[in-house]
Design a protein around this ligand. Structure first.
Ligand code: HEC
Length: 101
C-alpha cells in the first residue's frame, strides 16, 4: 500500500463515524445554514447540543423539527422543512448533533 493510501485508510478508521455524519449533513444541505462551531443562519450544532443536554425528548422533538421545519426557539428566523431528509436520516443527524461537545 502506498503511504498516502495507508494514511487515508487509518484516518477513515479512526474518524469514520463522525466524518460520515458531517458528510451527511453536508450532502443534505444542513451546513448551508448551520456550522458545528459558530452561529450562521441557524444555531451552531454545539449550541444545540448544549441546550438539549440531558433532555430525553430531544432526539424525537428535534428529528421532527428537522423534517417539518419550525421556529421560535433560537431567534426570528424559522428553519424550513427538509423534505430531502428521511426520518432515519433525521435521527442520525440529530444524534450526531447532540453528541457534539
Ligand atoms: C435554510 C436554512 C436551514 C437549513 C437548510 C437547515 N436549518 Fe436547521 N435551523 C435553521 C434555523 C433558522 C434554526 C432555528 C429555528 C428556531 O429558532 O426554532 C434551525 C434550528 C435547527 C435545530 C435546533 C431546533 C430547535 O428547536 O432547537 C436543529 C437540530 C437543526 N436546525 C438541524 C438541522 C439539520 C439536521 C438540517 C439538515 C437536514 C438543517 N437543520 C437544515 C436553519 C436551517
Amino acid at each position: 500500500m502506498k503511504p498516502v493510501a495507508l494514511l487515508l485508510a487509518l484516518s477513515i478508521g479512526i474518524a469514520g463515524p463522525a466524518l460520515a455524519n458531517a458528510d451527511l449533513a453536508q450532502k443534505k444541505n444542513c451546513l448551508s445554514c448551520h456550522s458545528v462551531d459558530s452561529k450562521r443562519i441557524g444555531p451552531s450544532y454545539k449550541d444545540v447540543a448544549a441546550k438539549y443536554a440531558g433532555n430525553k425528548d430531544a432526539l424525537s422533538t428535534l428529528s421532527t423539527k428537522v423534517l417539518k421545519g419550525g421556529g421560535g426557539v433560537w431567534g426570528a428566523i424559522p428553519m424550513p422543512a427538509n423534505p430531502q431528509v428521511s426520518e432515519p436520516e433525521a435521527k442520525v443527524l440529530v444524534q450526531w448533533i447532540l453528541s457534539l461537545k
